[in-house]
Design a protein. Structure first.
Lengths: 190, 192
């Protein structure tokens, strides 16, 4: 395909149209729009940097909060689950003799119950231990322990300190041993 | 053409000084409006400057800048067409639906015909017949084949001949020399 050429007067007309229509006053590079945009972009960079730093600071705060806050929350959850487990165990232990609803009676009742059975065993508060021990065979305790079991927390702390171990250990150990030892000795002797 | 470093502000200023006038003329031919051409050129430099850090020297910086400018002008023309259509719809049914005579007076027939050409065709025409680029240089600048450049120039001459007269179809060179200078000399001899 041969490349045609324009006549000179058409080229001159083209040059004149383009030159007069778009004057060739080339502005300085410093006056160009990109130069102004570059100078105005500096504050934008500052703003961007500020936003980034603020975001980083907030992210650090969130991380710190996530690292610190969950621990007490988990402990609390663990404690509450432990309490629930204990209460369920208590309820299961006492389900044979006492209804769970009656077991959650006010604290004043245990004090009243401890009065009638001071000599037997004040331990009803420790329902699991008292039931595991041979004492459950003694009928009065379970019937009255229903209410003491209601307040496990106040009871467990004071009473065990008063007489949990001394009473549990002496009663089973003393009564069976005292009863068993004389019998063989008696029987063996007879 | 070479020696531009990506992201260097001084080099970009140099590129601006080197290419501004040529791009302004090309975009004036594409848009047909000197104000729009100036606006598009400045916008093109803003875009180029924003991407200057990512410029890769595997392509000449002037060619890179040329493409950005032409694309900016194409976007402008597309928006201008949408504005024109919207304006026609808005004026529909009202008196004074004829085009503004002042606008017609400001724009010559040649500039109106040039701006009616496809943008890349008008750009090639200005590069070839105003700036004196050869087809090969245009092809290298735009990253297309010489054949494509020749087809575009032929189309431009055909369209201008249809709008302005048969003489815009051009004349075949007497010799097959590829250089622009050879053609000018032959034409000058003939005219003399």
């Amino acid at each position: 395909m041969p490349d045609r050429e324009l006549p000179e007067h058409l080229k001159a007309k083209l040059d004149d149209e383009l030159t007069s229509g778009a004057p060739l006053v080339s502005p300085l590079a410093s006056q160009a729009r990109y130069a102004r945009a570059a100078t105005t972009a500096v504050p934008t960079r500052h703003v961007t940097w500020g936003l980034v730093s603020a975001a980083a600071a907030s992210a650090a705060l969130i991380l710190v909060a996530a690292a610190v806050a969950p621990t007490p929350a988990r402990e609390w959850i663990g404690r509450s689950v432990g309490n629930l487990t204990q209460s369920v165990e208590h309820a299961g232990d006492h389900s044979g003799s006492v209804t769970p609803s009656s077991g959650r009676s006010p604290e004043s009742e245990p004090s009243q119950q401890t009065q009638p059975t001071p000599h037997e065993s004040p331990e009803p508060s420790e329902s699991p231990e008292s039931q595991e021990s041979p004492e459950p065979s003694e009928s009065p305790e379970p019937s009255e322990t229903s209410e003491p079991s209601q307040s496990p927390e106040p009871r467990e702390t004071p009473e065990p300190s008063d007489s949990p171990e001394p009473q549990q250990s002496p009663e089973p150990s003393q009564s069976p041993e005292s009863g068993e030892s004389p019998e063989p000795s008696d029987g063996g002797g007879n | 053409m070479d020696g531009y470093r990506a992201g260097d502000r001084d080099d970009f200023d140099r590129l601006y000084r080197t290419t501004y006038s040529r791009l302004l003329r090309i975009l004036y031919a594409i848009t047909g409006d000197a104000t729009a051409a100036e606006d598009c050129v400045q916008e093109a430099y803003v875009r180029a400057f924003a991407a200057w850090g990512r410029y890769r020297p595997d392509k000449p910086a002037e060619a890179w800048m040329h493409q950005i400018a032409v694309n900016t002008a194409i976007s402008y023309r597309r928006k201008a067409k949408l504005r024109t259509v919207g304006e026609i719809i808005r004026r529909m049914g009202r008196p004074g639906n004829t085009p503004d005579p002042a606008e017609g007076a400001m724009r010559s027939d040649l500039m109106r015909a040039l701006s009616a050409l496809p943008p890349k065709v008008a750009a090639d025409f200005v590069l070839r017949y105003h700036h004196g680029f050869t087809n090969r240089e245009i092809a290298r600048l735009e990253g297309v084949s010489e054949r494509m450049v020749g087809m575009r120039l032929n189309r431009a001459r055909q369209e201008l001949a249809r709008a302005l007269g048969a003489e815009w179809r051009g004349e075949l060179p007497t010799s097959q020399g590829p250089g622009v200078v050879v053609h000018r000399e032959s034409t000058g001899v003939r005219d003399a």
